[in-house]
Design a protein around this ligand. Structure first.
Ligand code: FAD
Ligand code: DLZ
Ligand code: SF4
Length: 508
């Protein structure tokens, strides 16, 4: 029988399970730009432009490789604007009776395919290192699913940075060396940028016309949109940034949105790069003496450790995971998350960079926008939707465990063993933000006090029952209890007042 092979926007890898199952002689590849995918949340225009341009180029590559490809552009008049709709339309058109697909990275789309009136055969997405079965077997019977133990298994499995059965250099994890604050004179070269070609320009015009009114800037688009470019971006990162990546992984500097980060996540997640080539390039740099072990180990851990672990959690925990709200937080997301219009310089800087670039690096996501959301008790689903919209690398499988789990502790501690919260001191140590802020980071209460300082204690106090017996938090509660009672009352009263202003939509 004639079959359709579905290739989704984040399945742009040359080696894809559904294509491997197909037959170039008889089967037809379907790729579709559709409103159901651009609108399930109001994605940043740069994210849509990146995906559409990469999809169009991938379709051309598949054609050159001998496939018959039906490609729906968003503004084609017959476009039914949903993935199942397009499958049905092309099945009618071609007489195909079945669909082959690689498992989508989201339960919403898996369900939609399962409900499709044409039989859809799903094949595992084996572009990941760890299969669902392997992750389940690892998780089975464990009281705590800590990334570090999972990561060691992946090191052993891949042999990356291994000397026999021992980790290179004698330690599994060199994170302790990766927390240097920024210093004067750092000069990150930033990611490699690509001038839009004809295909990209056509997509930019379409996206400007259809999504130009949305949150996020389309100006200065420079993402890689094909594997060759993504590989050049990888080589550029390895040469220029990897040697310093480890040391300054957590550092933040005003006007430096990329620091020494790879900016490879949009490419890896969409399939333009694979985990293996990325990790092998980094390990090669270590073996050639071009990058230190702390940087290379840190980078490899993000990819075969964190990235795989996060995906494992999403599929292990199931469809209700993104809806969890373990701390019962319900405050609405403040408007400044969309505008950057706040006196808190750290938040202004991270939100503005996000609007401009559809990117922020890990510590900005975790310790600025995420930390504030958690301290202020924002509704984790609104927070999660924001992250899914604003980042070019965001798909639910990776976004939800990072946000609902790691950042907002709304999964009750599956991903994180304690909430990632801090007062202004941490941000001050790791950035130059506080120097440019109208709040004072050294002021704990009263006029001009940094809101992170107030909210930090406010958070600990209101969640005392939940956290005081957590051994990793005992020290914090001891500090709070040692504080003078009058001071504690002031912190609570001023914290309450700040949160009321926030909820009322006043400028903060
Ligand atoms: P680098 O810092 O240079 O890291 C290298 C690579 O490691 C990344 O390209 C990425 O592929 C991988 N990686 C690192 N950490 C993680 C992680 N925690 N989960 C998955 N992969 C990881 N990453 C996404 O890909 N999509 C998301 O939607 C996403 N949302 C996040 C939300 C929050 C609140 C937090 C704290 C983190 C989130 N991350 C997400 C993880 C991480 O911040 C990004 O992968 C990283 O910032 C991407 O930039 P980079 O390529 O410059 O990364
Ligand atoms: C994110 C996205 C967007 C914005 N648009 C499309 C699209 O038009 N067509 C498509 O096939 N895929 C798109 N995607 C990616 C899907 O939403 C993604 O496959 C699911 O979120 C599963 O990871
Ligand atoms: Fe952010 Fe507080 Fe520093 Fe201002 S003083 S930049 S609000 S941490």
């Amino acid at each position: 029988v004639k079959r359709l092979i579905l290739v989704l926007g984040d399945q742009l890898s040359d080696d894809l399970s559904a294509l491997r199952e197909g037959d170039k002689e008889t089967d037809i590849v379907v790729m579709a730009e559709v409103r159901s995918e651009t609108d399930y949340v109001a994605h940043h225009p740069k994210k849509i432009a990146f995906l559409f341009a990469a999809m169009r180029k991938h379709a051309e590559r598949l054609r050159a490789d001998g496939w018959d490809v039906r490609y729906s552009r968003l503004d084609d008049t017959e476009n039914t604007q949903s993935i199942p709709g397009e499958l049905i339309r092309y099945a009618d058109e071609t007489g195909a009776e079945e669909v082959l697909a690689t498992e989508p990275g989201e339960f919403r789309l898996i369900d939609a395919l399962e409900e499709c009136p044409i039989p859809v055969h799903l094949f595992p997405d084996d572009r990941f290192l760890c299969s669902h079965a392997e992750f389940e077997a690892w998780a089975e019977g464990r009281k705590e699913l800590r990334m570090e133990w999972f990561y060691r298994e992946m090191r052993r499995k891949t042999g990356l940075l291994m000397e026999g059965d021992k980790p290179a250099g004698g330690k599994w994890n060199y994170d302790a060396e990766n927390r240097k604050p920024p210093k004067e004179g750092l000069d990150p070269s930033g990611p490699m940028k690509f001038t839009p070609d004809k295909t990209v320009q056509e997509v930019l015009d379409l996206v400007a016309a259809q999504f130009g009114n949305r949150y996020g800037s389309l100006d200065d688009f420079w993402f890689a949109t094909e594997p060759g470019q993504a590989r050049r971006a990888l080589a550029h990162f390895i040469r220029r940034s990897l040697p310093t990546f480890g040391d300054f992984q957590d550092a933040m500097v005003t006007g430096e949105p990329y620091m020494f980060h790879a900016l490879l996540s949009p490419y890896i997640n969409a399939g333009l790069l694979g985990w293996r080539e990325v990790c092998e390039a980094a390990v090669q740099a270590y073996e050639d003496g071009d990058a230190p072990l702390n940087a290379v180990e840190g980078f490899v851990r993000q990819i075969i450790g964190w990235r795989e672990y996060i995906r494992g959690i999403y599929f292990l925990e199931g469809p209700d995971y993104p809806q969890r709200n373990g701390l019962g937080h319900d405050r609405d997301l403040p408007e400044f998350y969309w505008t950057g219009d706040t006196d808190m310089h750290c938040l202004k800087e991270c939100v503005t960079a996000t609007m401009d670039n559809a990117y922020a690096h890990h510590i900005q996501r975790l310790m600025v926008t995420g930390n504030f959301a958690l301290l202020a008790g924002l509704d984790p689903q609104q927070v999660s939707e924001w992250y899914l919209i604003v980042y070019a690398d965001a798909y639910e499988w990776v976004e939800a465990p990072n946000v609902v789990g790691m950042s907002q502790f709304a999964d009750g501690g599956v991903v994180a063993s304690k909430p990632y919260v801090s007062g202004g001191n941490y941000i001050n140590r790791m950035s130059d933000y506080c120097k440019h802020c109208s709040y004072s980071v050294s002021t704990k209460t009263g006029e001009g006090a940094c809101p992170f300082n107030l909210l930090y204690w406010h958070f600990l106090n209101r969640h005392r029952e939940r956290f005081e017996n957590n051994p990793r938090m005992a020290q914090m509660y001891r500090s709070w209890d040692r504080m003078d009672e009058g001071r504690r009352e002031t912190v609570i009263t001023e914290g309450d007042a700040f949160l009321q202003r926030l909820s009322a939509g006043n400028r903060v």
